[in-house]
Design a protein around this ligand. Structure first.
Ligand SMILES: *[C@@H]1O[C@H](CO)[C@@H](O)[C@H](O)[C@H]1NC(C)=O
Ligand SMILES: *[C@@H]1O[C@H](CO)[C@@H](O)[C@H](O)[C@H]1NC(C)=O
Ligand SMILES: *[C@@H]1O[C@H](CO)[C@@H](O)[C@H](O)[C@H]1NC(C)=O
Length: 335
């Protein structure tokens, strides 16, 4: 299998496509998929988290999603292991926190970006380009997931004691979610269903509607490791799951589906937030994959030293779908 197809396929074949695809090739992510030409940041340690907020800090809701295919002026937040939590904009990198563990932003009209840290929650101050302590939570917090509905500043946190709380009232009120037990990771879908992995590496969903918890069926038993990803915004009531080398979509109804992607080379971080631009951490670097450019292609074989002919033919039946994503506004996806 060719190179770039695998990454773009993460979006189209596996994760973002809301319709069944006719192309059922299994795709392998391999080292060749990480050409130097896509590098936007080079660090010294593993990149463990990349978050591109899909709210008004980056994208005006009245704009077409097309603007998302242009990465100029967008804020990219990331964590470099042992180095800290950083923000990059216009190629300029600023360190925000020494002790940051996670990053989350709601996908609404707000401009809020939150950080989970070893001493509680911080919020991004855009004017001063710094992280400020937010609310009254002081727990050692290893994960945070901001709620994107109803225009609140609510979010879920996961503490180092593996307890999940919902935090409301501008960070001042904390309520334990008692039926989420031994959580190691948490991720929200667009409907505020909370997916989590427990200490046996099993995946569950806690439904927004009535708070019931159910296990996700169809995932491999006893995988070497399990990772939940934040979903691209075109995906509703589902989140991507990586179990071992295999990728799945886990649905809020408790089912799951193999996403036809095998990660022979596993990125240290993946961001699908914007759907049309993928970001991946690998080899202590951040790589950016502009889907529209790859498929509609201004990129040539000479630029990449890889042949895109196969990639383009692989996606030839998907081009109109990609273009339809690019020209629909964000709000039309939320309707
Ligand atoms: C999908 O896979 C099945 C079974 O491997 C094969 O028979 C079929 O031709 C494939 N379809 C396409 C469109 O590749
Ligand atoms: C959002 O607001 C609507 C209308 O007030 C309410 O019915 C719904 O329960 C709220 N959803 C959540 C998750 O709070
Ligand atoms: C669960 O949801 C997915 C996505 O909406 C759907 O394809 C699937 O048929 C559903 N399964 C059941 C058992 O309802």
């Amino acid at each position: 299998m060719n190179t770039l197809a695998t990454f773009t396929a993460l979006l189209l074949v596996g994760l973002a496509s809301t319709k069944p695809t006719t192309n059922n090739d299994t795709l392998h992510i391999i080292e060749d998929l990480f050409p130097e030409v896509f590098v936007i940041y080079t660090g010294e340690k593993d990149i463990t988290k990349i978050v591109v907020p899909l709210n008004s800090i980056n994208f005006d809701d009245t704009e077409d999603v097309e603007v998302i295919s242009n990465d100029e002026n967008i804020y990219i937040f990331f964590i470099e292991e042992g180095k800290g939590l950083f923000v990059m904009k216009n190629k300029q990198v600023t360190k925000l926190l020494e002790n940051g563990n996670d990053i989350s932003a709601s996908s609404d009209q707000s401009k809020e970006v939150y950080f989970a840290a070893s001493d509680g929650i911080y919020r991004f101050n855009e004017q001063e380009k710094k992280a400020e302590k937010y609310g009254t939570v002081t727990d050692n917090t290893i994960a945070i997931a901001a709620v994107s509905i109803n225009g609140t500043n609510d979010y879920y946190i996961l503490t180092a004691e593996n307890v999940v709380y919902k935090v409301t009232d501008d960070g001042t009120r904390k309520e334990e979610i008692t039926n989420v037990k031994d959580a190691q990771q948490i991720v929200l879908d667009s409907a505020e269903n909370l997916y989590f992995v427990d200490n046996k590496k099993d995946v569950y969903v806690r439904l927004a509607e009535d708070g019931t918890v159910k296990s996700i069926k169809g995932l491999p038993a006893h995988p070497s490791d399990v990772q939940l990803l934040r979903p691209p915004f075109v995906v509703e009531e589902a989140v991507p799951v990586i179990a071992g080398k295999n990728t799945y979509l886990a649905y809020a109804n408790g089912t799951s589906e193999f996403a036809d992607i095998i990660l022979d080379t596993k990125p240290s971080a993946i961001s699908l937030d914007t759907t049309l631009i993928l970001f991946a951490g690998h080899n202590n670097k951040i790589y950016e994959y502009n889907l529209l450019a790859i498929v509609l292609t201004e990129i040539t074989k000479e630029d990449l030293s890889v042949d895109l002919t196969e990639v383009k033919s692989f996606f030839s039946d998907q081009i109109s779908y990609i273009q339809s994503i690019a020209t629909r506004s964000k709000s039309s996806f939320r309707a």
